[in-house]
Write a protein that binds this ligand. Structure first.
Ligand code: MRU
Length: 328
């Protein structure tokens, strides 16, 4: 599969994740405005992919030829396009660090980040595969996934789904239970599509079936990615991750988080300081443009939640299992 986010002939090129799985479509984004819009409607999404997109967006701004202040203003728009995944601001900031050397240097830095992304994800998920094997006894494994933390959520390979790829290569995966991931269905649309492409047996389930699956002994390990990890090991991830962790703890099922170090934000002591994106009411009140809820229904639509470190078996990055750290 091509990279989820790439740079081709002066444009940011993305796999359009809104169109999947019905249509595999590639979009060319030539302005910061187009990229910000694509980020906000989730055409490009997932914390590591957002970091790469943000860095390439700074290159777009730098090549547009405005003053350094104008480029910095565009960079801030990119960094603020979605607030929860720290990788977005991290990617923007790292690319912006080369602005004094010119647009080519900004692009070079962004392209290094794209290359690094796949390697870091492969390493983090290989470490996590060993953690999963150490924490479980049944073979082959029955895994549970929430949201999409695969190839599509990164430049390539994936984090939590990267663990599935490693284990599958060793013949150690029986099947994956895929949380549909309400309300935007990153699980049933994207994770299921990736598993099908890879020939991994899977079943889609409503998010609310996860505890029942655990109670019936159908889950050996839960694997999720992360959008931001606080110094104390609290993890922000797609809404529904926290109740999944509570259910896993209740049923004694290991709960493993996989992410690159760029998802760790040691400037915040705990998950309480993580800004949680709230999204449009229509994501809940409508389905495919058809209204489900009564007109004027009030809505609570947080896109992410925070799982306390105490509920997590291990947070695994390219450096291995991560111990809580002091705030930087
Ligand atoms: O709103 P999204 O689809 O960007 O949310 C993505 C997630 O919550 C992922 O689990 C997270 O970014 C980790 S991706 C490796």
């Amino acid at each position: 599969m091509r990279r989820t986010v790439d740079w081709v002939d002066g444009a940011v090129v993305i796999i359009d994740q809104v169109a999947l799985p019905g249509e595999y479509r590639v979009l060319e984004l030539r302005t910061v405005d187009e990229l910000v819009a694509a980020i906000q409607r989730l055409a490009v999404r997932g914390a590591p992919a957002l970091g790469a997109a943000g860095a390439l967006g700074v290159a777009l701004a730098a090549f547009a030829g405005g003053s350094a202040d104008a480029v910095r203003a565009q960079a801030e728009r990119l960094a603020a396009a979605r607030p929860t995944a720290v990788n977005l601001r991290w990617g923007v900031t790292r690319a912006l660090g080369r602005l004094d050397e010119g647009a080519e240097a900004v692009l070079a830095e962004a392209l290094v980040m794209l290359d690094e992304d796949e390697q870091l994800n492969r390493t983090a998920s290989a470490h996590a595969a060993e953690v999963v094997l150490a924490e479980t006894t049944r073979r082959p494994l029955r895994l549970l996934s929430h949201c999409n933390a695969g190839h599509l959520a990164t430049v390539a390979w994936g984090t939590a789904l990267g663990v599935v790829w490693h284990l599958q290569a060793r013949g150690l995966v029986e099947s994956v239970l895929v949380d549909e991931t309400r309300p935007l269905l990153q699980g049933s649309r994207l994770t299921a599509w990736e598993l099908a492409q890879a020939g991994v047996p899977y079943r889609v389930q409503p998010d609310s079936a996860a505890a029942t699956a655990m109670a019936r002994g159908l889950v050996d390990c839960v694997l999720v990615g992360a959008d931001r990890i606080a110094a104390n090991g609290d993890v922000a991830n797609k809404i529904g991750t926290y109740p999944l962790a509570i259910a896993a703890a209740h049923h004694g099922v290991p709960f493993v988080v996989v992410a690159p170090e760029s998802t760790v934000d040691t400037s915040i002591a705990s998950g309480a300081a993580i800004e949680i994106e709230e999204r449009r009411p229509e994501e809940l009140t409508e389905l495919g443009g058809v209204r489900l809820a009564p007109a004027g229904a009030a809505v609570f639509n947080p896109a992410f939640d925070v799982t306390p470190a105490a509920l997590i078996t291990a947070v695994v990055t390219e450096n291995g299992v991560r111990a809580p750290q002091p705030t930087s």
